[in-house]
Ligand binder design. Sequence first.
Ligand SMILES: Cc1cc2nc3c(=O)[nH]c(=O)nc-3n(C[C@H](O)[C@H](O)[C@H](O)COP(=O)(O)OP(=O)(O)OC[C@H]3O[C@@H](n4cnc5c(N)ncnc54)[C@H](O)[C@@H]3O)c2cc1C
Ligand code: SF4
Ligand code: SF4
Length: 421
Amino acid sequence: MWTPELPAAPHRHLCTDCGVSRTADPKRCATACQFIHPDYPGLEQRVQGRQRIVEEDTPHPNDELFFGPHRRMLQAALTPASQGAQWTGITTRLAERLLEEGEVDAVITMAADPNDFWRPRPVIVTQASELAQCRGMRMGYAPLVALVEPALQQGLHRLAVIGIPCQVYALRALQPEWERDHGLTKLVVIGIPCSDNTTTERFHEFLALVAPHPQDVTYLEFCADYHVEIRTRQGQVRRIPFLSLPLSQLPSDFFPLTCRTCVDYTNSLSDLTVGYMGGRGEQWLIVRNDVGEHLVSLLGSSLRSTSPTSAGQRFGAVKGFIRNLERSAGGLPLRRMPEWLRPLVSWLMPRVGPRGLEFARTRVQMKAAETVIHLRREEAQRVKHMVPAHIWNLVQPHGFRPTAHEVNPPRSVIPIRAEGP
Ligand SMILES: Cc1cc2nc3c(=O)[nH]c(=O)nc-3n(C[C@H](O)[C@H](O)[C@H](O)COP(=O)(O)OP(=O)(O)OC[C@H]3O[C@@H](n4cnc5c(N)ncnc54)[C@H](O)[C@@H]3O)c2cc1C
Ligand code: SF4
Ligand code: SF4
């Protein structure tokens, strides 16, 4: 497992240091960046063989509107779960299987920085046994994409990459060039969903607010049952309801504009997305194409899976979220729930709130609204280039419409029947 020497990242305005700016040709950011002038329909067409289906006038808009092109979805768990994994370790096990079967020469992913457990460090892995060190979630950014060319230069021509959506966008944008000019013969992309990322330094501030001994925390996850789970080195497990998180104590720039305006929550350009949002306490797989199907088959009987289920209604939750976001983005205080009501609502939400796939749709729709609200306020001139048509479809039921200056013809927004109680 190794990390090549990389140059420092040059300044970029909206940037998550995916790695393109540290390559020999940093000007490629102009065409490879999710935040500059992305072309999701074009890349979906090239990578998945078709664009996502956005059906008109259906009682339940097609799930591809929310989750991107896919063949099928699964609620799943690896049995037994891998030690140290974020969930059950499906992601790193898939990468192990690819190396064990000799199907790829190397896997590019993140390990923990030796000086800071929470900081991601991009690595090129050639031994399946080393992937155990890559398990678990890190908070922050690291230049994953910058490792592709050094790997190719070492004769590693068949690669698997595990990445978050802003990294995967750049990977897919540069893939044809690597195939044409650098000898890439195979690229398998295992995507994880991503939202609300921030710098590692800022994440340490958050840990200090939620844990009395932040240096002991080894695990944190925002679970689909409306709780944050925290585990410590000493084996303690704490579950904090979302409503009790000290979010109001975070500065307004705690989440960078990139992560507040990210348009591809579920990693639509991966071959297989491995998350948890639609999994009701288990993992959630979005199988997007033949490569994704093959990946699932590599796990054989160690993967326990069922069809995902869905319950509850998202409309009110998304509406409340948008109302609060508009107030806070406009500098007004949030409408807070009285203290006495919080335990009751925290108890009720996992039982009557959106669950399973409806929880995942809720989060994707919230994120789409967040993108439009924050970009309009902070970088209005970017809306036209950064917001793909399907994001307007997602937010339309909540009264958002693009102005003439906000759409890039010939993209169009297909009307969808109004959602509501
Ligand atoms: C910042 C962040 C936010 C996320 N938000 C969501 C969410 O809202 N909803 C959801 O369903 N899933 C989310 N995920 C994904 C989720 O946390 C799990 O990673 C995923 O479900 C896979 O679990 P696993 O047990 O299969 O992973 P493991 O087998 O433990 O492997 C985890 C993989 O993720 C990679 N990784 C860890 N941190 C980073 C990072 N910072 N950048 C790039 N790669 C990284 C590791 O290198 C490893 O390959 C998020 C992940 C990150 C990093
Ligand atoms: S996120 Fe990547 S592609 Fe975009 S500006 Fe930063 S380094 Fe360049
Ligand atoms: S939220 Fe989006 S922009 Fe931020 S790190 Fe995750 S994928 Fe990248």
